[in-house]
Design a protein around this ligand. Structure first.
Ligand code: SF4
Length: 311
């Protein structure tokens, strides 16, 4: 089988690994300007968010390379993302491609979803594949945690996961911040969602459990409703970073992201009430990189002056 799957930042190698284990020929075209262009062209409504367009662009590129089946991530939450595979399937049919799009959920449904793609897989193999995938994810993320330098400006990154994890989509924001001398922390990785699903947040590395519990409680008081996407997490983690005395927070969202836009006023209030600077970046297909760089530099510069003011 030739399975196409949109790449997902530095997790893409794990998708390939999973495909190798299952005996699939996996195609994961890296996100590029062309990917975003293709997706925007064939899912042209400005009301569709950037991840929908970018993943469609990847699917078209995978079809160009001969994919017979396609995987689309299904967040299993209440955001509209869970329905994107339907729109993407329609767009591909209009373009004349016959590949089938399969939504795949991350969680206990993963083995069944894998078998829906490839019915020749045994139950046993699909469960072992799921177990291996979880282990790879945790191992992969362990490698990413570097030592902490207390002199650096500490920035917490909150927002929508796809824009946070894919460097092409976020215009390499994390690397740029690190090159400017800042240390960047984000909770939004795959292990967070696995831990959350299985109610085992303790698996997360470098987390102050006590502060996180306080932040979660406050977050619920401020916004007592599940909004979908990562909106509730954006509130919780902004409070956490404020309590943990981070120097600032970057709120990253694609245009027009419903959950992140809805929680934005709450995050602005947290910024004021907890005295933690928050800068918001809204990314779309037309984001001008020069403008983004200038804002990033200014933000790090201001935080660094503020941090060193008393010294
Ligand atoms: S969380 Fe936001 S960006 Fe992601 S799919 Fe939902 S609306 Fe779109």
């Amino acid at each position: 089988m030739k399975i196409g799957c949109p790449s997902f930042g530095n997790y893409t190698s794990l998708i390939k690994k999973l495909g190798d284990y299952l005996g699939w020929d996996t195609i994961t075209p890296p996100v590029s300007e062309r990917t975003i262009e293709l997706g925007s062209k064939y899912l042209a409504s400005e009301l569709m968010c950037l991840p929908a367009k970018s993943t469609l662009g990847s699917m078209i590129q995978a079809c160009e390379l001969g994919a017979t089946d396609l995987i689309m991530y299904d967040a299993c939450g209440i955001c509209r993302q869970k329905a994107y595979w339907i729109l993407q399937q329609r767009a591909l049919r209009k373009l004349g491609y016959t590949a089938t799009v399969h939504p795949v959920r991350l969680g206990l449904s993963t083995p069944n979803d894998l078998r829906a793609i490839d019915p020749s897989l045994s139950y046993w193999k699909s469960w072992v594949a799921f177990y291996k995938l979880i282990r790879w994810i945790f191992k992969h993320e362990e490698k990413e945690d570097g030592p902490e330098d207390t002199r650096q400006v500490k920035i917490g990154l909150v927002g929508e996961i796809y824009t946070i994890l894919d460097p092409v989509v976020n215009r390499d924001l994390v690397r740029k911040l690190r090159n400017m001398g800042a240390s960047v922390h984000s909770f939004l990785n795959f292990s967070y969602f696995i831990s959350k699903k299985f109610h085992m947040r303790g698996w997360m590395n470098k987390v102050d459990r006590e502060l996180l519990n306080i932040a979660m409680k406050k977050s619920h008081e401020l916004f007592p409703k599940e909004i979908g996407g990562h909106g509730n997490e954006s509130i919780t983690f902004t409070i956490y970073y404020a309590l943990k005395k981070f120097d600032g927070v970057i709120h990253l969202m694609p245009f027009p992201c419903m959950p992140e836009a809805t929680v934005s006023p709450v995050i602005d209030d947290i910024s004021r009430d907890y005295s933690i600077p928050v800068m918001r970046f809204i990314l779309d297909t037309q984001t001008a990189e020069a403008g983004l760089n200038t804002r990033l530099e200014a933000f790090v510069d201001i935080l660094s002056r503020k941090k060193n003011k008393g010294k």
